[in-house]
Write a protein that binds this ligand. Structure first.
Ligand code: ADP
Ligand code: MG
Length: 341
């Protein structure tokens, strides 16, 4: 039996001190972290790039199959991904928590272990937050601060006709991973002694539980001397994100079925669960890859950047995007989007 220490034995300040003691600042820009009325950050004349996410238990995550450590990592990674999508460098985060007394000190330690792993991975400092009790289970809100030179920031509304459409990594695996976990949960609920069989699905499950923010892509584009003309991170499926770029930029796009990067495991799970890998790639969620456009003049440069697929180009067909199927038919992309309410 694991020990369980009630949060009440620490109190709010005890908890904050416990969190504070586990983190060390790594960025010179962090002037003041946890411990005063507000944190102080130096931006050295650069633009400050800010993004926030709110995660509610039962809506955005399910603790039945998402370990707290993974949740902590993921909560930070998805915020860092938003900063990456602006072509900025993340520097600091704040973490605010709503906690019910269901959570022990050990559980919070586990959550912050994951947060710390992500802070190390992305070299960001935890500089503050807020802590409250909650009657709605666990609530996590993370704000991330990043910086960029003004001329390096990449927006969604600046794609140009003729630009190449590029995406990093592969798509659809996180969605398949979620389907696998949901299925295992049902099996587990009906027979808790059953051991899950996830060996051949490890990649997809890991894509769902421990997504990667593609800061590595931001650095390789920079090293290659490429400034994307527009960029967005893929949180709601490629179709929705490409349509965002098209609508904001007042352009259209064509992508090609045979250029879509889809992992073998996504195909295998698709066959097993009777789900379309292409639908998972287009309309699934949580891949956290980067979708961006580059000028045709950068073709030779982008060609040699690893883990990037050129999947299509920007057209003058305003606010519309299509996928050219192998069969030769042209199908409009649609985004059911996520129903949050
Ligand atoms: P205030 O009363 O001014 O809101 P708090 O007592 O809530 O201050 O917080 C004290 C310090 O601890 C602040 O620096 C705050 O940013 C930090 N803090 C509070 N909760 C958290 C948390 N969950 N994670 C990290 N830092 C936190
Ligand atoms: Mg407070």
């Amino acid at each position: 039996m694991q020990t369980r220490t009630e949060l009440s034995t620490l109190g709010e300040f005890g908890l904050i001190n416990r969190i504070d003691s586990q983190f060390k600042m790594v960025n010179k820009e962090t002037i003041k972290g946890i411990g005063d009325d507000a944190a102080v950050v130096n931006t050295d004349g650069k633009e400050l790039v800010v993004s926030t996410d709110l995660l509610m238990e039962g809506i955005h995550f399910d603790l039945t199959y998402c370990p707290l450590k993974h949740l902590g990592f993921k909560a930070v990674a998805v915020n860092v991904s938003d900063i990456a999508a602006m072509n900025a460098i993340p520097k600091q985060i704040t973490v605010s928590l709503g906690l019910s007394n269901r959570f022990s000190v050990e559980a919070i330690d586990e959550l912050y272990e994951g947060i710390k792993l992500a802070c190390d991975e992305y070299q960001v400092d935890l500089i503050g937050g807020d802590t409250s009790s909650s009657r709605a289970g666990l609530v996590i809100s993370i704000t991330v601060l990043g910086v960029a030179e003004k001329e390096n920031i990449v927006y969604r509304n600046t794609a140009k006709v003729g630009d190449l459409v590029c995406v990093s990594g592969d798509l659809g695996a996180a969605y398949m991973g979620l389907q696998v976990l949901e299925r295992e949960k049902q099996v587990y609920l009906s027979n808790p002694d059953m051991q899950p069989e996830l060996n051949d699905k490890d990649y997809a499950v890991q894509r769902q539980l421990k997504p990667v923010a593609r800061m590595d892509v931001i650095h390789s584009l920079r090293d290659a001397g490429i400034l994307p003309t527009s960029m967005i991170d893929v949180s709601d499926g490629l179709a929705a994100e490409l349509l965002h770029i098209c609508k904001k930029s007042g352009v259209g796009a064509v992508i090609f079925e045979d250029k879509m990067p889809i992992d073998d495991q996504t195909y295998l799970i698709g066959t097993e669960l009777s789900l379309s890998p292409m639908t998972a790639a287009l309309n699934g969620g949580e891949d956290y890859e980067l979708l961006f456009t580059v000028s045709q003049a950068d073709y030779e440069k982008i060609k040699v950047v690893s883990d990037i697929s050129m999947i299509g180009y920007i057209t003058n067909e305003v606010k519309n995007a299509h996928i050219m199927m192998k069969s030769g038919s042209l199908i409009p992309l649609t985004s059911p989007g996520y129903e949050h309410f």
